[in-house]
Design a protein around this ligand. Structure first.
Ligand code: NAP
Length: 254
């Protein structure tokens, strides 16, 4: 039977690469992001599959409900859910705009949680479904100068790993993708391109492929790249105060 993937943040970076990968495997697509023009341009790349585009600002309360209602009213069934949309901001917590930081929490945490809650029951009933939540290597330690961003990604990892246990033997898998610095629009949006953490960024197609293949195999957590894997392992053994110091160091300029 034809499978459908819902991808948030589909217009750029990792999301756009996920679109390519799902399309190559002949999934029908539901693409969500704010930029309607970009969504339509991406849709026109795939005349051979059904692509539904939904323009929505997922950082705004009520937006996920509207997206879910739209999908349900069209009679679409989501077999794979990729909660990818997200952004970060560099700067001292008290100096960054509080509204933007609350939008970040809403997008990175609330929208991801609400979308998962909306589509999971159907997946459980069907005894099959795949969810991929995009976290970050930021999930593994506190992140001074990106305090809210790191905290949102720690939530994504913790939430997703908890679901893995809840969903054992249901046929539904939850995969957390933890990329390190990756060449997308994220660096410019977060203002981190000049920082040490971005001195060796990975290519977006490589990172997305690792995530996609891991999700298809039902892997629990995927950390992309050997240096990121080492960093995440070391972070597990370091006191969190030391992890925070390292994170602060890499948030500084190159
Ligand atoms: N790149 C990295 O270094 C890196 C590292 C670790 C984790 N990540 C994570 O990877 C995920 C994807 O980011 P990326 O690197 O691919 O960045 P990106 O190129 O900036 O893409 C972000 C995507 O999210 C969408 N988006 C942003 N705000 C939105 C909103 N309010 N409502 C709906 N859609 C929104 C954007 O589309 P519109 O502008 O059209 O809305 C875009 O399609 C994020 O969760 C990010 O935290 C990235």
């Amino acid at each position: 039977m034809k499978q459908t993937a819902l991808i948030t943040g589909a217009t750029s970076g990792l999301g756009y690469e996920f679109v390519q990968l799902f399309a190559k495997d002949n999934y029908d697509l539901i693409l969500v992001a704010r930029n309607e023009e970009k969504l339509e341009a991406i849709k026109s790349e795939f005349p051979h599959i059904s692509v539904t585009t939904i323009s929505a600002d997922l950082s705004q309360p009520g937006s996920v409900r509207a997206v879910v209602n739209d999908i349900n009213s069209k009679g679409l069934h989501v077999n794979a859910l990729v909660n990818n949309a997200g952004f970060g901001l560099l700067g001292k917590f008290e100096e960054l705009n509080i509204e933007k930081q609350l939008e970040m929490i809403h997008l990175n945490i609330s929208a991801l949680t609400e979308l998962t809650h909306a589509f999971l029951p159907q997946m459980i009933r069907q005894k099959s479904g795949k969810i991929m939540n995009v976290a970050s290597t930021a999930a593994f330690q506190p992140g001074p100068l990106m305090a809210v961003y790191y905290a949102t990604k720690a939530y994504v990892l913790s939430f997703s790993e908890a679901l893995v246990e809840e969903l054992k033997d249901t046929g539904v898998t939850v995969t957390t993708l933890c990329p390190g610095a990756t060449k997308t629009n994220f660096g410019a949006v977060a203002n981190v391109e000049k920082t040490k953490m971005f001195s060796s960024a990975m290519e977006a197609p490589t990172v997305a492929t690792l995530g996609y293949e891991g999700m298809q195999k039902g892997k629990r957590v995927i950390i992309t790249g050997s240096s990121n894997k080492i960093g995440a392992t070391v972070a597990k053994f370091l006191p969190r105060s030391v992890g925070a110091k390292v994170a602060k160091y890499v948030a500084g300029e190159k």
